[in-house]
Design a protein around this ligand. Sequence first.
Ligand code: NAP
Length: 298
Amino acid sequence: MSRERVAFLGLGTMGAPMAAHIAKAGYPLIVWNRTPAKARPLITLGAKAAKSPAHAAAEADVVITMVSRPQDVEDVVLGPSGALEGLQAGAVLVDMSTVSPVTSRKLAGAVATKHAEFLDAPVVGSKGPATDGTLVILVGGLPPTLKRCEPILRTMGKTIIHAGNVGCGSALKLATNLMLGHLSAGFVEALILVQAAGLDPQRFLEVVHASPFASPWYQTKGVGMLKGDFTPHFALKHMRKDFELMCGLAKETRAAVPVTEAIRKLFAEAESAGKGELDYSAILAHLQGNAPAVVTPS
Ligand code: NAP
């Protein structure tokens, strides 16, 4: 049986390594990125470059989108020369961006008008797992559609979880990022308290590592934060966007999330203060009043 032809739209921090796994697995791949230069490494791996999302979709059985915000996915899929224009009957559009369930359902409705299928399939894990092919993929949509796309998703992720109907992958992803945002805000505030109390932040990190709530996150992100390294793996502007989306979902579903509201405000303030392009862990620098680093461990 011939392999599915794949189109990958959006080659940013996450999309580029994810698309590379698909190319390396031998799928016929056509790629598109708003900034065309980012497609070059994929072309080196054998992918074709498309002139537009519509052109890419016209040559694919499975079209994957991995862009930033809900409006950006809508631009790429529903806008002029968008993927919908080229989408073939019987094809599948898989949106892997982190968006709201409302956006996922809107995209699914549009895709259905072309007699095609839709999955929302956002991912848990940052640049490292995207590069290693060990993402956790949360899927909303029909089980047969997931079954069809699973071999392609497996090239990018080690765990694939069927969350439910269209929109459920997006909702589950927002709940997961809610926890990540709380984890980072809690760690940052504890670190600031530790410093203010004149304690050694390195010693604090040792205590966290030895605690029953130890997590690999403290090892990777925590150590980077202690060094004042805010190189973006997951940009603060995207975490801010996710907190807007989760608070929107909470409002819609009448879920009480008062602490999440406070953290949403914190990320929004940090972005307004010019930290949007840094890693989301830069809320530390924001709360420290732009001090470059907590401490440099020896
Ligand atoms: P990124 O590095 O900022 O890349 C964003 C991509 O979207 C780029 O290819 C960009 O094109 C494209 N894009 C943005 N707006 C567009 C528009 N209006 N039209 C066309 N293309 C547009 O973001 P990322 O970190 O890869 O994240 C992508 C998605 O995955 C986001 O929804 C994010 O929340 C989610 N996510 C990220 C992580 C992470 O750790 N980074 C983890 C899990 C989920 P250009 O190159 O032209 O700018």
